[in-house]
Design a protein around this ligand. Structure first.
Ligand code: ZN
Length: 197
């Protein structure tokens, strides 16, 4: 099949998704082809609106179709507490616990010098610009990995001198694990057991 073949083209694109090999990609491509035509149109529309409509919240760097995002725009959410996470899936994991009623800040990564990810690659300036006025506590909810811990330490050193309380979610999260995949009870306990750093 040539790459110009629409089925081959779709297969190549689908095979780039995590966990999708070439065989699965081909199966999905044929499945889409055999589905009612509206499905392919809806799928194409959903994909192109990702590019067109989804952007970063200018306050918290969450992904959103409206700026500010729903959480930043919600007057019921406590503006005194900011929970810092590495990624949007991590934010969603904390939301699922229903234990947290503050605001968030998404770093879009963690410090990893070996991968060339330094402070400038993270949304740190955006975080620092929020730390005046109302904010009393920053909860660092980065992953319990080497990178997540390094990021937590860096944030602590950066934020504490500003007179803002910094807490770290409790251990008990499996080391090396990802926040995103932690079960709700473990994550809720880690949040409520957070400690001053
Ligand atoms: Zn936001």
């Amino acid at each position: 099949m040539k790459a110009a073949d629409p089925i081959a083209r779709l297969t190549v694109l689908l095979a780039k998704l995590p966990g999708v090999g070439e065989k699965t990609a081909q199966r999905l491509a044929f499945h889409i082809l055999e589905s009612p035509p509206e499905y392919a149109r809806d799928l194409a529309d959903a994909l192109s609106s990702l590019e067109r409509e989804v952007r970063l919240c200018s306050t918290c760097c969450n992904l959103t179709a409206q700026d500010p995002c729903g959480i930043c725009a919600d007057p019921q959410r406590d503006a005194k507490t900011i929970c810092v996470v590495e990624s949007v899936p991590d934010l969603l994991a904390v939301e699922r616990t229903r234990e947290f009623r503050g605001r968030y800040h998404v770093l879009h990564g963690a410090l990893s010098p070996l991968d060339g990810i330094g402070p400038d690659q993270l949304k740190l300036k955006e975080l620092l610009s929020r730390l005046h006025g109302d904010v009393q506590e920053v909860i660092v909810a980065t992953d319990p990995t080497v990178e997540g811990e390094a990021t937590a330490l860096y944030l602590t050193r950066l934020i504490k001198p500003l007179g803002v309380r910094v807490t770290r979610i409790a251990q008990g999260m499996p080391m090396g694990g990802a926040l995103e995949y932690a079960d709700q009870v473990t994550l809720a306990r880690a949040l409520s057991g957070r400690r001053e750093v």
